[in-house]
Design a protein around this ligand. Sequence first.
Ligand code: FES
Length: 114
Amino acid sequence: MTRFKNAESNHPGICPNGAEFEVPEGANLAKALVANGVNIDHACEFSCSCTTCHCYIDKGFDSLEPAEDDEEDLLDQAWGLKSNSRLTCQTKVGKEDITVEIPKYSRNHARENE
Ligand code: FES
């Protein structure tokens, strides 16, 4: 089991108070977020073609499997790309605790004014 904790400076509209929960090793991070009440955008339904599920892994980044080429290519289009950016739909939770921050903006134009 892996403990998951949202960063304190989280997206105000998606998870204003943060969240902390455990998910099994190997779980899909985006699906784990949604299943635990953190309704991160996932416009392409977790198929690695939209970037709306972009997040920062503030703690535990190196414990994750590296991003594959498809994810790296798509990440280049994400808003606010950082060295610890991942697409949550392409990220499997590892053995270590991670802390996730959801960027303030995404490329989901339908949510831009929320
Ligand atoms: S949900 Fe679209 S890239 Fe992750």
